[in-house]
Design a protein around this ligand. Sequence first.
Ligand code: DX5
Ligand code: ZN
Length: 218
Amino acid sequence: MSPLPLVVAPSILAADFARLGEEVRAVDVAGADWIHLDVMDGHFVPNISFGPDIIKAVRGVSRKLFDCHLMIAPADPYLAAFAAAGADLITVHAEAGPHLDRSLQAIKALGKQAGVSLCPATPVTAIEHVLDKLDLVLVMSVNPGFGGQKFIPEAAEKIRRLRALLGGRPIRIEVDGGITAETAPIVTAAGADTLVAGSAIFGKPDYAAAIAALRPAA
Ligand code: DX5
Ligand code: ZN
């Protein structure tokens, strides 16, 4: 199990973009710990979402940690723009470029927390030699690009291996894709401490109840 308290991070990818500010405020008030921001470039992933200007536009709406998931390649030329837009934590994909260590150094030099995301087919060993630069590892439990996909069960074994690899280090394990009230207990039991959910929150009428339903039963 994780030594760190559970974080629930609603992904605004599933929000009503016509009312984005209100949607961010609504999940903040409903008990979101972080706000998860999915940036897609139509190149690294087969979909396009939004960039730094949208993040900057909603930054004023919430004081919660802005968790910026960059599904873009290359990422390095844009890191400063996301930092300036208000990202607190910037996660790059291990598969997005040949110089992961350099990307993590660049995020740290901007004064931000750093994360690495692993696609379903990428082994946990991809992060073995950059642990000293990591605040978070994001395990994708779907192939990145779209909300509303089905959870890939193999992610649980991957989280268990990652938890063993991380030892007692205060590095978060975040899971993203197909997280619902049914799959959340599977990944937290495996060692995840940070849950991203898009459709399981924004697809429900009561955001507070939907967020509460992802936390372990008291
Ligand atoms: C997928 C994104 C996810 C997505 C999750 O590429 O990284 O954050 O919004 O959506 P759900 O929770 O609907 O699977
Ligand atoms: Zn994401």
